[in-house]
Ligand binder design. Sequence first.
Ligand SMILES: Nc1ncnc2c1ncn2[C@@H]1O[C@H](COP(=O)(O)OP(=O)(O)OP(=O)(O)O)[C@@H](O)[C@H]1O
Length: 375
Amino acid sequence: MVKVKLDAVVKQYDAMDEVTLVGYKHGPALDHVDLEIHSGETLSVVGPSGCGKSTLLKVVAGLEYADAGHVFYDTYDMTQIKPQDRGVGMIFQDYALYPTMKGKGNLAYYFEQHSHSEEEMEARVQQVADRLGVDFNLLLGRMPDTLSGGEKQRVAIARCIVRDPVVFLMDEPIVNLDAKRREKTRIEIKKLLRQFAITALYVTHDQQEAIFMGDRIAVMRSGHIEQVGTFDELYYTPQNLFVATFIGTPPIAVIPVVLSSAEIRIVETAWPLPLELAEHSQQGAASLGVRPSDWQMDQADGIELAIRHIERIPTEQATFIHGVLPGDIHLTVIAPLDFPTRQAVKITPNWEHVSLFEAQGEAVLHTPGIPDLFD
Ligand SMILES: Nc1ncnc2c1ncn2[C@@H]1O[C@H](COP(=O)(O)OP(=O)(O)OP(=O)(O)O)[C@@H](O)[C@H]1O
């Protein structure tokens, strides 16, 4: 198990103008990234398309070299070390099994290439296969073209693990599987990472997957790490508006408000300034963040939400109310499943759970904090 540390890493790709054929530099894909992956933990990486997730993984692997900064495995500076000498295991979307070898041959290939004894190879393959269960043992005798996508990916993962990687790097490893196989495979990967206590980086577009796989989650934007933390830390104590809106589905509503020493106002509706905000906030304009589950309904002092669409979600025993507040503010409110169909509802933020951000800029002014009930 090793700790991985990135210290002010910069990576900027070369590009070429296709008309003039003049070379130029893209904006940095990684812009002075500092990051630590603790020994044995899985760190999920999320962020919008093109924010630098795959580049981060490649720089840790050595598939791309940093233009500036350093990559450490424990205290060893790996920045200039070739990928094959870093001891990493990598899994991408495509399974890339050797097509002419059965499952077992795929697992054993590395040992053959590195002159390990037959006994050593057998012992290690069997140890990993046993951890994966009886049904996995059956896959060892089959050719890749007879395996389903999920089965291929299981063999690919096992092939990585038999090599005893010091760091395990995964880039959207289950994105090509159907929903059912995805669920099964992600449980399996998680189990393996736990059992073998491997330090891992897991890149995904899927927030649910990031939450499930990651001990912690790193949120990236435009080559920067915006925040690293557990899901609860990101959800309840976001450091800025970007993290607040990126984490959580349906997303947090961001509502322009005006604060005075006595009240908080959304368009024409005002409430006495809640104690929670009085302590932390500044006067004047700000942005209020309210999660879909943090509205109280049918309060006398509520603001009217014109309902556009009602979506019943029986599996969650909930109704998603999609609507618009005065000022053309669109948002979603989560209500009980038996919420009656109607045209409008008066809603009031649950002040204990709101966040507040600067109106200009994105910095957080106040967060609700992680609820005690999780302790
Ligand atoms: N080989 C390359 N040459 C030039 N530019 C590249 C190269 N690889 C990536 N980029 C650029 O670097 C930036 C980061 O790309 P990267 O693939 O790391 O993002 P990502 O977050 O993984 O994206 P996605 O979620 O779409 O896979 C993007 O602007 C991308 O266009």
